[in-house]
Design a protein around this ligand. Structure first.
Ligand code: SAM
Length: 204
């Protein structure tokens, strides 16, 4: 079983508790500012994909703001939870490395900390797939844990491990050749002892 499959199986088991633990009010306000910033780069009613959508809270927010949005997640447990919580939104179980969407389907892609679960050796596959399904000039916003290490580590749900890749902005700029980084923002405080960063990149 590879790192992504092992992580997916863990999320299947911990979906509800994981989402409950990450639903802190302060985080939400900042997250919504970051979602609004993403929308500010896009045309009205943009087509957006939420990559690794978890319980779908960002998918729902984007839809509420007028986007035509679909949330995808590799974990069946997460997708089932999202469908239960936000019945009005579209969700699909899918691997972000290989989706069913035709070329140029979306104008925006949003990945809130989901690149963290992708081993560094697989990130260029994600980049190529996201680039393929985005129109030229589209915006890809992703948030990530700042650092350099990667490997399995204890989840915020005790007794479970997920794969975590940490990045620096410089490393991601080097890695993502199909995109130009146009903006970035640090999360103002640590969450669960980690520093987070948001980055906006435009498809070349
Ligand atoms: C850290 S959680 C973040 C969830 C949500 N985006 C949020 O901010 O609350 C990462 C999510 O990415 C999903 N994920 C991990 N690898 C994936 C992949 N290859 N394709 C699609 N989703 C993936 C996980 O199942 C998990 O729900």
């Amino acid at each position: 079983m590879d790192a992504i499959e092992r992580t997916m199986r863990t999320y299947d088991q911990i979906a509800e508790e994981y989402c409950r633990k990450t639903e802190r009010q302060g985080d939400r306000e900042f997250q919504e500012k970051m979602l609004d910033r993403t929308l500010s780069f896009l045309p009205p009613s943009p087509r957006i994909i939420d990559l690794g959508c978890g319980d779908g809270r960002d998918t729902q927010y984007l839809q509420e703001k007028g986007a035509d949005v679909v949330g995808i997640d590799i974990s069946r447990g997460m997708i089932d939870l999202a469908r239960k919580k936000y019945t009005e939104c579209a969700f699909l179980r899918s691997d972000m490395r290989d989706t069913v969407f035709p070329n140029d389907t979306f104008q925006g892609a949003w990945a809130s900390t989901s690149l963290s679960n992708i081993p560094k050796s697989e990130v260029s596959r994600v980049e190529k797939e996201v680039y393929r399904i985005l129109e030229q000039g589209s915006i890809f916003c992703f948030s990530f844990k700042v650092g350099e290490k990667e490997g399995f580590e204890e989840s915020i749900v005790e007794g479970f491990e997920t794969y975590q890749s940490y990045y620096t902005l410089e490393e991601l700029k080097r890695e993502l050749n199909l995109f130009d980084v146009i903006d970035s923002r640090e999360y103002p405080e640590e969450i669960f002892n980690n520093s987070f960063m948001y980055c906006w990149a435009r498809a070349k």
